[in-house]
Design a protein around this ligand. Sequence first.
Ligand code: SAM
Length: 400
Amino acid sequence: MKGLLSGRLQPTSRCCAGSRHLAAAAAAAAAAAARHAQRGSSRLMCSSSTSSSTTAAKQPVKAGKQTTNLADSEGSPFHELGLAEVNEGMGRVRVRQHVNPLASQYQQPTIIQDWAAVYADPSLPLFVDMGCGPGRFLLLLARRRQQQQQQQRMNYLGLEIRQPLVERSNKWAEELGVSSNVHYEWTNVSVSLAALLAAYPGPVSTLAAQFPDPHFKKRHKKRRMVQASVVAAARELLVPGGQVFLQSDVYNAAVSMRDEFEQYAGDVLQLSPLHSPASTFQWTPQQEAAAAAASKQPSDVARRQQQQQQHGDSSQEDSASEATFSSSSSSSSSSEQHDSSDDVAAELDSELLSSSEEQFVSSWAAGGWLVDNPLGVPTEREHYVTAQGGKVFRVLLVKQ
Ligand SMILES: C[S@@+](CC[C@H](N)C(=O)[O-])C[C@H]1O[C@@H](n2cnc3c(N)ncnc32)[C@H](O)[C@@H]1O
């Protein structure tokens, strides 16, 4: 099956009202469910959607054969989480390199009715990482902020469309003892963000979209995670003073996100004061074109092919070793390679995302791109990109 690494998605007609909605997440959530059972968890993802007993299938790990993921190894910022030890015995998580967020099984909104079954204190401010991938970023952010005791206590929510990653992230949170305020949810952000945030009892203080899949092809624009629905949710549901953080190593993807927020929420959001000349850099479409031309693979298509490969790598999991942390081509299956070459071939038809595809003229562009990550904690993809000397385009917005 094209692109499916871990097993066949099994359709199920089970509608899971009144139960924890992701059947395959049951193992990951069992401990948390027990802990919170008295609070009456009742969460919904009413859907005829796919569930999978096999996507979460773990490969048996033979003693001595488990290799430490580069993301967890010494020298990585995520090493301090100690996930190498936690992972022992968990086996590898294998996921599709990409999923199509427009597929019918991802169109039903995720609803969490009882947030008290998710977080010990659902009145705390909420930090949301949209498209969180493997999930290490939130674990590290939560840990760092806990160490900086002046920081207000928060809840952290990772939203991710690839279910096995969510299951493993929740296991990690459980194992690290932070599941009372760090939680991951299997969902399509473009479909569910508003419903999730609207029901959250506390203030929604930060939304982050970090290195989303760029979906270069114009005809795949609707697959990009930051859609009008996401901007509308931020516009309506972010607390005054709340923040939106956007970053990508793909210039046009960053421009696209920034412009989407400016166009549809520019009346209530503004650039953070951090966007001062001293802490930003300017980058224009002309510079981007020149950089592409000057790169080793000079054609735009070749450059995007390289980016596609890298993004494919970062999206693939057992990630970071094969993926986020390595520029080598992944240990992907032939079907996956087929996907990738399909994508590249399709790009030859010039259906490329370009900053000129929309005629919107941004006034936020004058505020430049932040040099540093204001959160102080990188994502997996960010760590990989910056370790390679890559440029990252960052914007921080504040709600009035
Ligand atoms: C390139 S990865 C970046 C992961 C992480 N943010 C990082 O910086 O390391 C993008 C992630 O977004 C997820 N994703 C893509 N579309 C999504 C959607 N509509 N809803 C939720 N997650 C999505 C992908 O599955 C993938 O894990």
